[in-house]
Design a protein around this ligand. Structure first.
Ligand code: NAP
Ligand code: MG
Length: 400
């Protein structure tokens, strides 16, 4: 059998711990036998990030701008414990944060739906994709613990010295106060990423804020989305047979619970943080959640939503058997290969991505799965496989 050829390389970002082990197995057993795989390799493993003073992370993001599509393995975000464990020169920043800052993207997270792992919400039949704005609001706030009586004000000082002042509160006693910000630029990028992605996957786009209460802050989000939609996307949405729909966040939450899924739900930063955890756990497992960063210029970086599965890695290092779920990492690869195929007009590559997705789902639906799924599946007497065994089982399904 001749291997599928690629014309443009994928940007490959290797990572850490258990997911690094899975990464290698996926390439060897599921990709290299079928594809003449072309990648530009960047080792984002913590040791190499440390050795290059994190330059490798920046280089990999720049390469994504050059080629357009990247696939990323989960990586360690260093904390105090990792400083000693890896003898780090510095507490390097989160690679995802660095890459996101360079690509200026929005993260879309969607559950992988299989029969036998039913969502807790019975009427959810199709995946719900969360698009989380990844800039500002409470994540870049300023806070004060108000010690006692006095007033808190918001003050804007223009470059020419003119001021806009707004009283937050006249305190009669102690309390708290917080200031948040966002940027029109960032909200515009967020909106364009969402509209582009909706057109990409041909699904409706929902967006919700609390603009009735937050008449300037949240209302600006609503207005920017609507203006960009009307000016640039209304016709494209109509042609694609999809809709853009704005509502209040509490109304959106109620509708989501009663929906059958199959749309993208755009959320402000905090809403997206909270709602993506709700969606992923209600759909079954973090190990069944894909994640893609889409930049407003149309660059794509695919990854799994989970981390490096440290606990399993330590078992692996002790020579113990692990049963780590590789589905989200496989789907990161197929997402990237499919997008590469689309951009290059490479039909074979796109079909391969579909086949590997289907083989992965079929393997689970035939009852062969890792331990995390075996614990929640409605399939009777599932076969629990170890990390490698599960990947080999998918390879067998592929060969059939
Ligand atoms: P984690 O790697 O997501 O794992 C947390 C727990 O979730 C695991 O211990 C495991 O539970 C379960 N789990 C997650 N993925 C699984 C999979 N594929 N198969 C089976 N079970 C899975 O989160 P963490 O342990 O908090 O973080 C570990 C490292 O990952 C940290 O250094 C963090 O910085 C990094 N991280 C990276 C990313 C990223 O690169 N995108 C995202 C999040 C975290 P059991 O132990 O109960 O089996
Ligand atoms: Mg969270």
């Amino acid at each position: 059998m001749s291997k599928i050829q690629m014309t443009t390389p994928l940007v490959e970002m290797d990572g850490d711990e258990m997911t690094r082990i899975l990464w290698k197995m996926i390439k060897e057993d599921l990709l290299l036998p079928f594809i003449d795989l072309k990648t530009e390799y960047y080792d984002l493993g913590l040791e190499h990030r440390n050795a290059t003073d994190d330059q490798v992370t920046i280089d990999s993001a720049e390469a994504t701008k050059k080629y357009g599509v990247a696939v990323k393995c989960a990586t360690i975000t260093p904390n105090a414990a990792r400083m000693t464990e890896y003898d780090l020169k510095e507490m390097w920043k989160s690679p995802n944060g660095t890459i996101r800052a360079i690509l200026d993207g929005t993260v879309f997270r969607a559950p992988i739906v299989v029969k036998g792992v039913e969502p807790v919400v019975k009427n959810w039949k199709k995946p719900i994709t969360i698009a989380r704005h990844a800039y500002g609001d409470v994540y870049k706030n300023a806070e004060i613990k108000v010690p006692g009586p006095g007033k808190v004000e918001l003050v804007y000082t223009a470059e020419d010295g003119t001021e806009i002042k707004e009283l937050v509160h006249n305190y009669a006693g102690p309390g708290v106060a917080q200031g948040m910000h966002n940027l029109d630029n960032s909200i515009e990028s967020f909106a364009r990423s969402c509209f582009n992605y909706a057109l990409d996957i041909k699904q409706d786009l929902w967006f919700a804020t609390k603009d009735t209460i937050s008449k300037k802050y949240d209302h600006t989000f609503k207005d920017i989305f609507q203006d960009i939609f009307d000016a640039e996307y209304a016709q494209k949405f109509e042609d694609a047979g999809i809709v853009y729909f704005y509502t209040l966040i509490d109304d959106a939450v109620a509708r989501v619970m009663k929906s059958e899924g199959g749309y993208i739900w755009a959320c402000k930063n905090y809403d997206g943080d909270v709602m993506s955890d709700m969606i992923s756990s209600a759909f079954g497992s973090l190990a069944m959640m894909t994640s893609v960063l889409v930049s407003p210029q149309g660059f794509y970086e695919y990854e799994a939503a989970h981390g490096t599965v440290q606990r399993h890695y330590y078992k692996h290092l002790k020579g113990e058997e692990t049963s780590t779920n590789s589905v989200a990492t496989i789907f990161a690869w197929t997402g990237a290969l499919r997008k590469r195929g689309e951009l290059d007009g490479n039909q074979e590559l796109m079909e391969f991505a579909d086949k590997l997705d289907n083989a992965t789902i079929q393997t689970i639906e035939e009852g062969k799965m890792t331990k995390d799924l075996a614990l929640i599946t409605s399939i009777e007497n599932p076969t629990v496989l170890n990390s490698e065994g599960f990947i080999k089982a998918i390879a067998e399904t592929m060969n059939k």
